[in-house]
Design a protein around this ligand. Structure first.
Ligand SMILES: C[S@@+](CC[C@H](N)C(=O)[O-])C[C@H]1O[C@@H](n2cnc3c(N)ncnc32)[C@H](O)[C@@H]1O
Ligand code: SF4
Length: 371
């Protein structure tokens, strides 16, 4: 089985914190979607043809018209074996979640929505440079349900330097009132090259102390767990049965093909990525790849081991010593030694899952286990 990721690198404008590859302003979407379809056919044998999940991510997939989504979905069914297709996620910005659009999306075969809400507080949204208000965020979730989606996720951000603990508490209460089965709660990262980085460098914002960030993180977990959500990955919480199948493929080294400018792929040993350049990408696809627009790297055993450690230290179930022994025998002696230390200092439980302290110190766990 494998997964398919489709990158839509268009946005209305750039949010201050965002380092994802996307460009603001109007673009030739017909040409881009045609290029995606061409790439899908050209790279159909990159990974296993039996498709398990599909994910439309961005950028802003909800800038696509329904005819574009229909075309891509039709092509997916013609190129891949979709008998076992379980989950088709579409990222939607809150301002695009009109009932009619969502209903039409559902008819194309999309069965999961990930709504970019970020906050239910208008001042926070303004500071983040979002183009929607709090009410639109609430209506987006309501419209999604009314359109027939039961598998819905909401993205929220906390540790905002211009906000407060009380506002984060209110955001979580509003989220809970919407009765949605999945939430991704991201601590604000000051990523390189973003407007936020410039504002921090100029002293306009001071990132929250680690102590305050951890206080908000702990509060998040406590509140969500007390309402029946499972904390299954650093930023991800779900009601039983509603974990993101697609993201779990990334986190468990599954195979996936990424289509579109800036998209990444992995076939088990080779990482392949299209360059962050929409024009180069479209030219390459329109001329049947005569102009390469990608790079790739074959992972060494050491890189694969380190990736395993990095990804699994972010997940609730943690690491699997038997798996490491079988899959990475060369690194197992180091792994076993460090594991003992991490268990004795209270960062991992005996079954290698993360303790509460372990969730706080994931970077240290990774550092100790990596080679
Ligand atoms: C691909 S992005 C955005 C999807 C969609 N375009 C939107 O904005 O609604 C997915 C999510 O990552 C999170 N994110 C992006 N940059 C972040 C940052 N610097 N720190 C924390 N979370 C971030 C946001 O919650 C965002 O919704
Ligand atoms: S957060 Fe979403 S809308 Fe904002 S710039 Fe990034 S991808 Fe675009």
């Amino acid at each position: 089985m494998s997964s398919l990721y489709i990158h839509i690198p268009f946005c209305r404008h750039k949010c201050i914190y965002c380092a994802f590859y996307s460009v603001a302003g109007k673009r030739d979407t017909d040409l881009y979607v045609d290029s995606i379809v061409r790439e899908m056919h050209a790279r159909k044998d990159f990974a296993d043809k039996n498709l398990y999940t599909v994910y439309f991510g961005g950028g802003t997939p909800s800038l696509l018209e329904i005819k574009h989504v229909q075309l891509i979905m039709q092509q997916i069914h013609s190129v891949y074996n979709t008998c076992g297709l379980q989950e088709v996620t579409f990222e939607i910005n809150a301002e695009d979640a009109e009932f009619e659009y969502l209903k039409a999306l559902k008819q194309t075969g999309i069965n999961r929505l990930s709504i970019g809400t970020e906050s239910f507080d208008n001042e926070n949204l303004k500071s983040l440079n979002r183009t929607h208000g709090a009410l639109q965020g609430i209506r987006a979730a309501e419209n999604a349900k009314a359109a027939g989606f039961d598998n819905i996720s909401i993205d929220l951000m906390y540790s905002l330097p211009f906000s407060s603990f009380e506002k984060w508490q209110k955001d979580l209460q509003t989220f809970l009132s919407l009765d949605v089965p999945h939430v991704s709660c991201y601590t604000l990262m000051v990523d390189e090259g973003t407007m936020l980085e410039k504002l921090v460098q100029k002293g306009k914002y001071k990132p929250l102390s680690e102590e305050e960030s951890l206080r908000q993180a702990d509060y998040t977990t406590d509140v969500l767990q007390s309402h029946g959500y499972i904390h299954y990955e650093t930023s991800s919480y779900c009601k039983p049965g509603f974990h993101s199948k697609h993201n779990t493929v990334y986190w468990t080294e599954g195979q996936y093909t990424g289509l579109g400018a800036g998209a990444h792929s992995f076939d088990g040993t080779v990482r392949y990525w299209n360059k962050n350049d929409i024009d180069l990408y479209c030219r390459a696809m329109q001329t049947n790849g005569s102009q390469p627009c990608f790079e790739y790297e074959r992972l060494s055993g050491e890189q694969m081991y380190n990736e395993y450690v990095m990804l699994h230290s972010r997940m609730a179930h943690g690491l699997d010593a038997d798996y490491v022994k079988k899959r990475f025998p060369l690194y197992y002696p180091h792994f076993a030694l460090q594991l003992k230390k991490l268990i004795s200092c209270g960062l991992l439980n005996n079954d290698c899952s993360l303790t509460k302290q372990g969730w706080h110190l994931q970077d240290r766990i990774i550092l100790e286990l990596a080679v």
